[in-house]
Design a protein around this ligand. Structure first.
Ligand SMILES: Cc1cc2nc3c(=O)[nH]c(=O)nc-3n(C[C@H](O)[C@H](O)[C@H](O)COP(=O)(O)OP(=O)(O)OC[C@H]3O[C@@H](n4cnc5c(N)ncnc54)[C@H](O)[C@@H]3O)c2cc1C
Length: 414
């Protein structure tokens, strides 16, 4: 199979497909593999286009789940105990029936690409996409050298071409992080429990925490994470990581085996779901949880919902969207509190973990809690700042007068 435009193209090479996927990351793979496994698209043709060959371990997905997921066999490590640390508070939680799981990007990409390469009706193309356009019938995708590919049915897009439009009461924070996979010469880590969040570190740059995922007695992924409006200089992330490893892990000797860096939007701005035959998916389709940045599991749920809608209603636009309704309101209020700096992230998350079980917090962050639980969670937080934020969200001041806005654009792909 030809995977590169400038390679020899077989005579049956086509510029027209039933479904075109722009981007070959988590969202495309999660949806396309579900479509193929359903067995209902055997007569359809698919094109997947990405600028990147997906040969690097560019990210690690961590998420909680209380059953086996579609990509279970790719889970690199999972934990059923986790630590939360905040100023003056530390607790280890048993999270059964949940498990906190880790999937490495490279394992995911390799598995998915190998699977797709075996499908006779799937064409992969590794080229940069310049634009996508909705047409009267279908949609088209233009790559940088102006070659054009047509989607007769739908074009699923996970490339961040447009940023969501700012509006009154809407905020745009960034979640940015740098992680090191470190190794020690002697046994040091306890691989039975991970640290979900450690907020004891300096909060000078905004809401900041570190998470530590021990893989073995001698290796762990340690990631320095911030929620705020602007990115740091590279050395500032590294200083944060070094200080944490020295002061909190109390580790002096280690080597860095791998690194990762990422930026994810944390926003209550409304993402376009696409128009006509274009359907936005993944982060571009608004699947990132505004208040936490968790995305992987929302992509899985959304992929299930899109497939269900295609099979049962004949279109890929499910009625239940991930971050809508009262959960979007809660997310908006939390973002508003952070943007107005009425309370810091360390204080908010420490209060939540002090007074609630991790399982209740997980259900809430999954948008799966029921109202009584939400009232219990809300009552564990200080009333004043949240009440004022709720008022600002319900009655936003005119455009331009609210405090918000990322000072730098969100980078494509993260
Ligand atoms: C380093 C990192 C760690 C993360 N960790 C977690 C986590 O632990 N848990 C969690 O829930 N979420 C996490 N996320 C957030 C989210 O799950 C991921 O960003 C996820 O990959 C989003 O899937 P996606 O398909 O929307 O985007 P992506 O997976 O980024 O896929 C988009 C694809 O589009 C391609 N592309 C971009 N521009 C072009 C172009 N012009 N032409 C062609 N191709 C293009 C990119 O190469 C990429 O393959 C993390 C994100 C990052 C960046």
């Amino acid at each position: 199979m030809s995977t590169h435009l400038y390679q020899y193209k077989p005579y049956h090479y086509s510029y027209e497909y039933d479904y075109v996927f722009a981007g070959a990351g988590a969202a495309t793979m999660s949806l396309l593999i579900r479509m193929i496994l359903s067995g209902r698209f055997k007569d359809s043709t698919f094109l997947v286009v990405d600028k990147d060959r997906k040969e690097k371990n560019d990210r690690t997905w961590c998420f909680w789940e209380n059953e086996d997921g579609l990509f279970e066999k790719l889970v690199h490590k999972s934990w059923n105990q986790l630590w939360f640390h905040g100023p003056g508070f530390s607790k280890k939680y048993r999270i059964k029936p949940y498990r906190y799981k880790m999937i490495r990007g490279i394992d995911f990409y390799t598995f998915c690409l190998d699977f797709l390469k075996k499908q006779p009706n799937v064409q992969l193309l590794f080229e940069p996409v310049e634009k996508i356009e909705s047409l009267k019938n279908g949609a088209r995708l233009v790559i940088e050298n102006q070659e054009t590919y047509y989607a007769k049915k739908y074009l699923f897009n996970s490339i961040p071409f447009d940023k969501p439009a700012p509006a009154p009461g809407k905020h745009m924070l960034l979640q940015h992080f740098k992680g090191w996979l470190i190794e020690t010469e002697q046994d040091f880590f306890d691989p039975a429990a991970c640290t979900l969040m450690d907020f004891r570190i300096s909060q000078q740059h905004g809401a900041s925490f570190v998470y530590t995922m021990p893989l073995t007695n001698r290796t762990a992924l340690v990631e320095y994470t911030l929620f705020n409006e602007s990115l740091l200089k590279e050395e500032e992330y590294e200083e944060g990581l070094k200080a944490y490893i020295r002061d909190y892990l109390k580790l002096e000797q280690y080597s860095i085996k791998e690194q990762e860096y990422g930026v994810i939007p944390m926003t209550n701005q409304v993402f376009s779901r696409g128009d006509g035959a274009i359907v936005n998916i993944g982060t571009t389709g608004g699947q990132t949880k505004p208040s936490s940045g968790y995305t992987f599991q929302f992509i899985q749920k959304n992929s299930d919902a899109i497939l269900y809608s295609m099979l049962n209603h004949g279109h890929p636009r499910p009625i239940d969207l991930s971050h809508e309704g009262r959960f979007m309101f809660y997310d908006s209020v939390l973002l508003d509190v952070l943007v107005h700096k009425e309370l810091g992230g360390a204080e908010i998350f420490t209060k939540l973990f002090k007074r609630n079980s991790a399982k209740r917090i997980f259900r809430f962050l999954d948008n799966n809690s029921f109202l009584l639980e939400e009232l219990l969670l809300i009552s564990s937080l200080p009333v004043g700042p949240f009440w004022r934020a709720a008022r600002r969200q319900l009655f936003p001041s005119p455009a331009g007068s609210h405090r918000s806005g990322a000072t730098r654009p969100v980078r494509p792909g993260g």
